[in-house]
Design a protein around this ligand. Structure first.
Ligand SMILES: N[C@@H](CCC(=O)N[C@@H](CS)C(=O)NCC(=O)O)C(=O)O
Length: 299
């Protein structure tokens, strides 16, 4: 029988435990480490805005992560990270819940009912682990693999459509009710990539006819002033996704081409960053591979 106690001691990537009796006062300054193209970052920006909280925003270059990011999120080394009174809070959904608990009096984003909270958590998890992962595969792949992933995305969107039509959220303006809640934030900050990817990849991920309730919900979400202030302009997202896709295709072509050994025919240079080439959520790893997005919110 395996033990639940691990003997591995991780020294360099542990998160410092907060002093036991220090609970940050809500009035302490807030800093957000983020990236302009990161939908995970947009989630946190939106929640802070809904709560009317002032915060300092620090833009991270994910191709060259700052010492501050590595210190404050040593395990995942990802944005967003919220810093509050000396404490580091990573992971967007954990941050959303923290914000809601620390500032519970203004625009609650989690319901008071425990069952409803479990439903919200279930679908948030579904969005990050399943829907988002498939959307990222659509973006990364081509040919038959991409066709399969498109099919999966549409099936997943169909499940959300069914929830809106006859499930827990039937008849609601937003998943949160009359106002947007955590699930609206999680699904909404990221869904704008669907239409961007459709344009860049020429695939059909979402359409009003197949997903009328989802499409109507997304329109309502995107019409909110707070959302408009946070989501980058479509042209900027298109430019970013186009450059990222070209870079991925270029790298895939390089991997497929046979090695060239003569100096008379030097190998083609790797794709270089142009001014339009996004660096933020694209991180070349030690093998020269590009790590893109674990989920669609990541792209
Ligand atoms: N599960 C994390 C995902 C965050 C994430 O993937 N952030 C991306 C930016 S969109 C990142 O920092 N990537 C850097 C890397 O993968 O090294 C969350 O919800 O916050």
């Amino acid at each position: 029988m395996s033990s639940c106690i691990t003997t591995t001691v991780v020294t360099s990537t542990t998160v410092a435990a907060p002093p036991p009796d220090v609970i940050p006062p809500p009035s302490a300054p807030l800093t957000l480490l983020g990236n302009w193209a990161s939908a995970y970052t947009h989630r946190v920006q939106l929640a802070l805005k809904l709560k009317g909280l002032e915060f300092e925003y620090v833009e991270e270059n994910l191709a060259e992560k700052s010492a501050s990011l590595l210190t404050h999120n040593p395990i995942h080394k990802k944005v967003p990270v919220l810093l509050h009174a000396g404490h580091s809070i990573p992971e967007s959904i954990i941050i959303l819940e923290y914000i809601d608990e620390a500032w519970s009096d203004v625009h609650p984003i989690m319901p008071s009912d425990a069952i409803e909270r479990s439903v919200i958590r279930f679908w948030s998890h579904f969005i990050d682990s399943k829907l988002g992962a498939e959307i990222a595969t659509v973006f990364r792949s081509s040919g038959g693999e991409q066709e399969m992933a498109v099919k999966e995305v549409r099936e997943n969107l169909g499940m959300i459509e069914r929830e809106l039509r006859e499930g827990f959220f039937k008849g609601r303006r937003f998943f949160g009710g009359e106002k947007i809640g955590l699930l609206d934030i999680v699904l909404g900050c990221g869904s704008y990539w669907l239409s961007v990817f459709q344009t860049v990849l020429d695939v059909n991920l979402v359409d009003d006819k197949s997903f009328p309730l989802f499409a109507a919900w997304l329109r309502r979400f995107e019409e909110l002033d707070e959302v408009k202030e946070i989501i980058p302009a479509t042209e900027r997202l298109l430019e970013y996704a186009t450059a990222l896709r070209q870079m991925l295709l270029g790298l895939a072509a390089l991997k497929l081409s046979p090695p060239i050994s003569t100096t008379a025919n030097p190998p083609p240079p790797p794709p270089t960053a142009t001014t339009a080439t996004p660096k933020s959520c694209v991180v070349p790893d030690a093998n020269g591979d590009v790590i893109v997005a674990d989920t669609f919110a990541d792209v």
